[in-house]
Design a protein around this ligand. Structure first.
Ligand code: HEC
Ligand code: HEC
Length: 258
């Protein structure tokens, strides 16, 4: 005859064994899910992922940690950027490089802007028109302070801000003479194929959108830099952080992934 204590010990042993087996099965399922998700994120065409909201959400959720660790120092914890430093807002629909598809975001994240990477964006540099040689690569003339103020008035007027009409007329001539259209296009709406910002949309990369900030950009030039991450983040992490940035600016799900 077995004693009650022995029976209780056996029962406990069996229960523990069943619990351990369940844990192993759940762990394997979880691991399997994680590996399947890795593979789906990596193998999918990046443009197809937004069409699969559950996949986008899962990838973006993982990318939040990558963003907090590597991007938030400049782009801000909430992705709103810093106009004092010329760091763009990643939560709006305004893009410097391309139309804001996952692949455009991933290209910047991997290779950067004006970074030490041969595939980095580096097609245009804002000249410093207030200096004797405004640009090392473009043949553009120096501008006198009055000319810089006039061309600033011209773009502000195009953007719907009040400005002195005589100065705006003069600024229009300078816009042509100084070759601004070469990068920012004739209507000053910018060129996302080279990262030249739209000057008339009231979204400013640098400063508060006032006359002084525009004059400063034109006189001193600008050369914003985003680091290249391809050597430091894995292809999977790059995909995840790009999906996170995509989700910040595209309300594809009932609630924005934040
Ligand atoms: C060779 C190409 C090039 C030319 C020519 C050029 N720009 Fe730019 N400009 C840029 C680029 C690129 C930027 C963005 C700089 C950055 O990303 O740091 C910029 C930025 C600016 C900004 C800041 C915009 C913002 O959102 O804060 C202003 C203002 C501006 N340019 C005005 C002008 C004017 C006016 C002229 C002509 C007098 C001119 N640019 C000529 C390439 C150019
Ligand atoms: C050292 C500061 C810094 C860090 C860190 C940084 N960025 Fe940037 N990023 C910038 C600046 C500045 C620009 C604008 C470059 C220019 O002027 O053209 C930019 C531009 C971008 C753009 C282009 C936005 C557009 O409008 O087209 C994307 C996308 C981007 N960053 C993503 C990232 C991601 C993802 C990370 C983290 C993996 C990251 N950045 C880390 C400074 C930074």
């Amino acid at each position: 005859m077995r004693r009650p204590r022995q029976i209780a010990a056996r029962r406990l042993g069996r229960t523990l064994a069943v619990a351990a087996a369940l844990l192993v099965v759940a762990g394997a399922a979880w691991l399997g899910y994680g590996l399947r998700l890795d593979a789906r994120l990596l193998r999918s065409d990046p443009e197809a992922i937004p069409g699969e909201p559950a996949l986008l959400r899962a990838g973006a959720a993982r990318g939040a940690g990558v963003f907090a660790a590597h991007c938030a120092t400049c782009h801000g914890a909430d992705g709103h950027g810093d106009r004092g430093l010329g760091v763009p807002d990643l939560t709006d629909a305004d893009w410097l490089y391309g139309p804001g598809r996952v692949a455009d975001i991933e290209k910047v994240a991997a290779h950067g802007v004006r970074a030490h990477d041969p595939r980095s964006w580096n097609l245009a540099m804002m000249p410093a028109y207030g200096t004797p040689i405004p640009s090392a690569s473009e043949r553009v003339p120096s501008l006198a302070p009055g000319e810089i103020a006039a061309v600033a008035d011209y773009i502000l007027a195009l953007g719907g801000h009040p400005a002195d009409p005589a100065s705006v007329r003069r600024g229009g001539e300078i816009y042509s003479k100084a070759g601004c259209y070469d990068c920012h296009t004739a209507d000053a709406k910018g060129d996302p194929a080279i990262g030249a910002p739209n000057l008339v949309d009231r979204v400013w990369l640098y400063g508060d959108g006032g006359r002084a900030a525009a004059i400063y950009s034109i006189a001193h030039g600008r050369a914003g830099m985003c680091p290249a991450w391809s050597g430091r983040l894995s292809p999977l992490e790059l995909r995840e952080v790009s999906l996170y940035v995509y989700a910040l600016s595209h309300a594809t799900t009932p609630h924005k992934v934040r």
